[in-house]
Design a protein around this ligand. Sequence first.
Ligand code: ZN
Length: 351
Amino acid sequence: MHRVFDGHNDVLLRLWRNACKGNDPVAEFRCGINDGHLDLPRSRAGGLAGGLCAIFVPSGDLVLKTPDTNGHYDTPLSDTVSLGQALLEAREIAAIAFRLDQAEAWKICRSTADIRGAIEAKVFAAVLHMEGCEPIGSDLAELETFHAAGLRSLGLVWSRHNIFGHGVPFAYPKSPDTAPGLTEAGFSLVRECNRLGIAIDLAHIAEKGFWDVARTTSKPLIASHSNAHALTPVARNLTDRQLDAIRESQGVVGLNFATTMVRPDGQENAATPLSDMVRHIDYLVNRMGIDCVGLGSDFDGATIPEGICDAAGTQNLVSALRDAGYDDRELDKICKDNWLRVLADAWHEQE
Ligand code: ZN
């Protein structure tokens, strides 16, 4: 079994929503429930050893616009969220992450040594990620606090506007060049992440913002859960030019399992063959090389192909990749090692 360290999941969002309805998040993660994709029993069954766990403050439920007769859709951007509301909810979500750590249901990892140690000890290795920086004000004071608490990765924006920049809508077919670039606060946030040693995630950002980050950051470019626009032309996927820039920086793209982002027709439909995912991996590897491709499941954040179903099915993708010709050394890189390499760099471990 090739154990997987995964670039993106939304398990904290599910645990927080269910906690608001009275569930105990520690018990839900540790014992598992018949809901969503990721918990301890299912991660063990699927060899999912850990991953980047998002602190994400939703603005209502995202519902994809119904496709027209050509299968095209253009979902409006979600509403913006105020700093006050975002900070309050992010604190609640982060508290669940720390409760899980206290209860030894998982381990919050702050270094790649932590990740390797947790994987060795067969404890789920959780890295705290912030998906959309609405909980951070323009003076970046909250960034210091979240970093001290364990935040090691962030995406400046989710698919909406905020004070740092602009996200892309969920739309097919559509270019990711949908909005202006970073604001002044956005540039400051990039520089502060470099200084503190926080990875910067380019998933969800509009293309001009991508290029603004690329020319500002001193670190390899990361898109934690995005695919190839050439195969699935949704605004959330990366153009060949973007993939080339990620390759030149020796960064990483994590394959998003979301059916809307792997299917050629961009539809939300669980009846999606694993071959669609393998095609994206092949494309990314051909374009960027084997050292720049990882996984970014989006478990608990998207509709996943039925051949995987949930975290317990993670090895079904690994098997499909092996059948497609990837050898053990290449599978180790895709499943885990590329992520550890790029995070070590973002976290100043190699200086
Ligand atoms: Zn996302």
